[in-house]
Design a protein around this ligand. Structure first.
Ligand SMILES: [Ca+2]
Length: 502
């Protein structure tokens, strides 16, 4: 079986030809053997109308066979927004906020309607993303801020770094503050620029950011001047990483802090004249600003002719929050669309997020999929893209074959939990543990230990309006049996260092 020829491997130089020989058949997981390479070489030369004598062909074939296989693996770009809801992107039905670049990526890739973040808030969701372990197993279970992942925890960045990728993270980390074991430089990132602690990230005009463990002063923000917008500085750094790492496969984790509070963009463009509150204009402007960053990344990929060699993912780390006392347009924009609830909750509005995947020639363009998956699947999926193995014992499954048009992986349950954190005692509050399960079209939620399960049929009742637990005892029994096995107790947490306050 030959790899599908989608025209992406246009051989223009001898170097390109040899690189092309190393193509890996992702559909069959089959490296191309010598015979395959020879036949494909013949086909390519025929197609390119290159007149080759038999002798020239044999010479070229032998030369190709003697070349070491160069593993030019695809680049991976993971763009993560912070607190954007399922309904905040135009391609998911947003009518008022403009997201043209994200919508274009969706039109060129596949848009998932039933993809979920790792958790209900930032840190646990990112812990799931990084480890492939759901919130019943992942190290960081709550937004404690000072609760780091440990040296022994394996991140997806480490897996990709070990596979030969250049790795860069730009934005908000949230899995360990400065000088803790959890800093990104110790977890597979060649470079990390941005915020380590999520409370530090609550200001867009801090007087410093972290640059590979060192303080990077934002001199324009000294004395409260507020002239250097951190999200713009971070976006520039992520572009610089992309521009300088095109020579070998790279993993760009572009985890902007937009559109998370505070709602303080440098300007309200293009919404200055809309009949909205200042908070609503600010939120919309921040979403559109994040969209512009996406446009810059996509333009850079195009300019470097990396479109076909790069898999781009766009998502958000949890559902949109209502905004507390500030009206940032949760209802006006319908940030979580028809979904119930908000950030922090286990209803769909807290965990279901947009997910777009683009890989020209490989992932179907303009398609929509309702396959349910979540951040725990990122680790094994990226490992398979990088042709390496994920750590043993993770909860996620690779969805690469599904992305490539093959079969969806079979699994019975997706699991989330919501842990409460007491900042004063620096402890988790087990008496407030919430749990949620999705199995097929069923979604079950336990609001606290000992409470009965609520049950919703998401296909018939996507807004989780009617609890049908009483009418479905067999489903409840199956989910209850699973819940007995779903989680382990969180390990004692290490007290980190809140360096952002100094
Ligand atoms: Ca978040």
């Amino acid at each position: 079986m030959f790899p599908p020829d989608n025209g992406q491997a246009s051989a223009t130089t001898a170097g390109d030809r040899f690189r092309w020989f190393s193509m890996y058949d992702y559909e069959t997981k089959w490296p191309m053997d010598l015979w395959q390479r020879t036949i494909i070489l013949r086909q390519r030369y025929d197609r390119e109308n290159m007149s080759l004598s038999r002798r020239q062909f044999l010479f070229a074939s032998s030369a190709a066979a003697m070349q070491p296989i160069v593993r030019r693996l695809p680049n991976i770009v993971f763009i993560l927004l912070d607190d954007a809801g399922w309904g905040d992107f135009g391609c998911y039905g947003q009518k008022l906020i403009k997201t043209p670049h994200i919508d274009k990526v969706a039109s060129e890739g596949t848009r998932f309607t039933d993809c979920y973040a790792g958790g209900v808030v930032c840190a646990p969701s990112r812990s799931v993303l990084m480890t492939g372990l759901h919130t019943g197993h992942t190290p960081v279970r709550a937004n404690a801020g000072t609760y780091p992942i440990r040296a022994t925890d394996v991140t997806v960045a480490k897996v990709l770094q070990n596979a030969g990728y250049s790795t860069g993270g730009f934005g908000k980390w949230g899995l360990g503050d400065a000088r803790s074991e959890g800093v990104p430089e110790k977890h597979g990132f060649d470079e990390f620029f941005g915020y380590l602690h999520q409370v530090h990230a609550h200001s867009y005009y801090p007087d410093f950011l972290w640059d590979n463990g060192k303080k990077f002063p934002l001199v324009g923000n000294k004395n409260g001047d507020g002239t250097q917008y951190s999200a713009d500085v971070i976006a520039d750094k992520s572009l610089a990483f992309l521009e300088t790492h095109t020579g070998k496969p790279f993993f760009l984790y572009a985890c902007t802090t937009l559109p998370h509070a505070k709602f303080e963009p440098p300007d309200l463009a293009p919404y200055e004249k809309m009949p909205w509150t200042e908070g609503q204009k600010a939120y919309a402007a921040m979403m559109t600003r994040a969209d512009a960053y996406v446009g810059r990344i996509m333009n850079a990929l195009r300019d470097h002719k990396l479109d076909n060699e790069t898999v781009v993912f766009i998502s958000s780390d949890n559902g949109a929050p209502k905004g507390g006392g500030e009206d940032k347009g949760f209802d006006l924009f319908r940030s979580n669309a028809h979904l119930r609830g908000e950030k922090g909750q286990l209803y769909e509005g807290g965990i279901r997020d947009p997910m777009i995947v683009r890989w020209p020639g490989r992932v179907k363009a303009g398609a929509v999929s309702d396959y349910p998956w979540y951040f725990a699947d990122i680790m094994p999926t990226f490992a398979e893209i990088a042709r390496t193995a994920p750590p043993k014992g993770i909860d996620g499954v690779s969805i690469l074959q599904l992305l490539l048009g093959g079969a969806a992986p079979k699994r019975e349950f997706l699991y989330w939990e919501a842990n409460a954190w007491n900042a004063k005692s620096q402890k988790l509050l087990p008496e407030r543990l919430g749990q949620a399960v999705r199995t097929g079209d069923w979604k079950a939620i336990r609001s606290k230990p000992g409470a009965p399960l609520e049950l919703y049929n998401l296909r018939k009742d996507p807004s989780e309006a009617t609890d049908v637990a009483a009418a479905n005892p067999a489903v409840i029994a199956r989910i209850e049996a699973y819940l007995k096995t779903a989680r382990t107790e969180p390990r004692p947490h290490d007290v980190g260092i809140m360096d952002f306050v100094r």
